[in-house]
Every structure is written in C-alpha cells, then in structure tokens.
Design a protein around this ligand. Structure first.
Ligand code: F6P
Length: 325
C-alpha cells in the first residue's frame, strides 16, 4: 500500500487507555512507513488546525498514563456544516488520507457524518468509560472505571457498616447501566438502579418492599446517573421522606471515575484495537468502529455502533438480586 498520512484524535469524555490507543495507532502506522498527524482537542483541533506530526517518541512513556495527551473537547461547531467544512480544509492542508477517531457515542456519530460528507476513510476506536457502544463487548476505559468504582464502594462499605447506613452511590454512564450493574456485582452491593429497567421510583419501591438491612448492618445501592430523574439525590430524598427509619447517605463519585492509570486489561485492549485500526485501513475498511466480540476483533459500521442501543444483559440483574439476599 502507498505511503499514507493518517490523522489521529481523541474526542468527547476522556477515558483511561486512550493514551495506550494513541501509542498503538501511531506506532503501528509508522511500522507500515506511514506518517502520523496528532490532532489536538478532538474535532475542535481539526476545525482550528491544531495539528502536529507524531513520531514514535511522541508516544513514549504514555501507556500507563490516564487522560489523553492529545487533549479532548466537545465541539459544537463541528456539528454544523460550516464547522465540518473548516475541518475538511485542515485535512486537505496536511494531506491526511484517513482519520482514526478515539471516542464515545457522540464522537463516532460525528465521524459517521464527516466520513460520508467528504468521502474520507475514518476508523473509530470505542473510547468511553460508559461501555455504551453497540457491537463491541467492551470499550477502552470501561474496565479501569469499573475497578475505580469497586475500590470506592469497598471504602464506603466500611463506613456504611460502622454506622449501619443505607448508601446511594451514583456512578456515570450517561443513560446506560453497565457501570452501575457490574460495579454492584463486583462490590457485593445490595442493588443497582439502572435506566434499562423500570422507572427508578418503581425499582426503589421494589427494593423497599424487600426491606433493607434484614440481616445486614449496611445497604449499598448503585445508581446510574440520570439528568431526567435526578439520580441518587432524588432517590435518597424519596426514602428520607417516606421511610424515616433508614439512615440514608448519598455519594456521587463523579469525574474521579474517568481518571487514573489504565488497568492491564484496558492497556491490552487499547493496544490491540489501535493496531487493528491500521490493519483495517490496510484492508481498505472505512467508516467502521473496531470492536471486540468473544475475544475477536470485529468491524462495526458506525451506524450500528451509535444508532442501536446496546442492551444490558438481564442475567446480571438476576444474579445481583440472588446474591444480595
Ligand atoms: O461519556 C462519558 C461521560 O463520562 C459520561 O459517563 C458522563 O455523563 C459524561 O461523560 C460527563 O461529561 P462531562 O465531561 O461533560 O462532565
């Protein structure tokens, strides 16, 4: 294949393992004799022409670092025709033949539109702690976030059981319950309230009807964030009002879930997916996200990855319920 120039960017919410992916894409491309252009601040950097050539040493000593050395942003301008026109001018200016975009749902939706509009080959890597991209079993950053949450819940459990309290712990996920349900299982929590099931109020009523603290001296409920329903704070208020016998506390884990050094699992996943992005370009693939299904790398069309909601396995809730008696 001819010598190519590829551009790489990270976009949307950062996720641990993005740096490992940047490293893998850069090195696998240079290994093929290609040129790599690092685009700073996601789509914003393409609109504003913040582009720097990346050599192998630009990605040295980053595999262990959280965040993204390319920085990231959420760029409203890119979602306008004029913004994308400016972005394409930057692509042309630097002779970029293809892009590798690392990000979540919003970033890959942007990639889908841009790729079609300008007939530009784009390969996506699923980089989000939310694990909400369809067609892949897992996403870069998800395992690290899950481990971070588990460690936090273990700590909260110490104080919850000392004080015999009921804790609502809110985790991220943007309309997806993967982090909440799996961290609930991993930390031995009593329940998880997730958007994929009935309304939070109904799930809460069901929990209360089973009774907290029958034989336990603390209860922990993981709650998936929700702008619509108010998340853990709103649930805690409901309980305080109607069930004053419970000593309720709330903990919102927030952005600490997005930071930290990636786990070995995320570093390996990011490395495999980064190298697979270059294989995909060599294979003349375009407008697909790299996914992993049952241990195999797969190509998932952007529309399938972003437009179809990924299901949470209902067996997880059953197991959580059984194990929390
Ligand atoms: O998509 C990743 C994510 O961390 C979501 O879980 C969360 O809702 C959102 O980003 C927070 O975004 P921001 O960076 O704008 O606070």
């Amino acid at each position: 294949m001819d010598k190519k120039t590829i551009g790489i960017l990270t976009s949307g919410g950062d996720a641990p393992g993005m740096n490992a992916a940047i490293r893998a894409v850069t090195r696998a491309a240079i290994y093929q004799g290609w040129r790599v252009m690092g685009i700073y601040r996601g789509w914003r950097g393409l609109v504003d022409d913040e582009v720097v050539e990346f050599k192998t040493q630009n990605v040295s000593n980053i595999i262990q670092a959280g965040g993204t050395i390319l920085k990231t942003a959420r760029c409203k301008e890119f979602y306008t025709k004029e913004g994308r026109e400016k972005a394409y001018k930057t692509v042309k200016k630097h002779d970029i033949d293809a892009l590798v975009v690392i990000g979540g749902d919003g970033s890959l939706s942007g990639a889908r539109i841009f790729a079609v509009e300008y007939n530009l080959p784009i390969i996506g890597l699923p980089g989000t702690i939310d694990n909400d991209l369809n067609g892949t079993d897992t996403t870069i950053g998800y395992d690290t976030a899950l481990n971070t949450i588990m460690e936090c819940v273990d700590k909260i459990r110490d104080t919850a059981s000392s004080h015999e309290r009921l804790f609502f712990i809110e985790v991220m996920g943007r309309e997806a319950g993967f982090l909440a349900i799996n961290s609930a299982i991993a930390s031995g929590a009593e329940a998880a309230i997730i958007p994929e099931e009935t309304t939070p109020a109904d799930q809460l009523a069901e929990l209360i009807s089973h009774g907290f603290r029958k034989s336990k001296n603390s209860s922990i409920v993981l709650v998936a964030e929700s702008k619509e329903t108010g998340g853990a704070l709103a649930l805690a208020e409901l309980v305080k009002k109607d069930y004053p016998q419970y000593d309720v506390r709330v903990s919102i884990l927030g952005h600490l879930q997005r930071g930290g050094s990636p786990t070995a699992r995320d570093r390996i996943l990011a490395s495999l997916m980064g190298a697979a992005a270059i294989d995909a370009l060599l294979d003349d693939q375009r407008n697909v996200m790299i996914g992993i299904r049952n241990g195999d790398i797969v190509y998932v069309p952007f529309s399938k990855a972003t437009k179809i909601k990924k299901e949470v396995d209902s067996r997880l809730s059953t197991v959580l319920h059984i194990l929390s008696i």
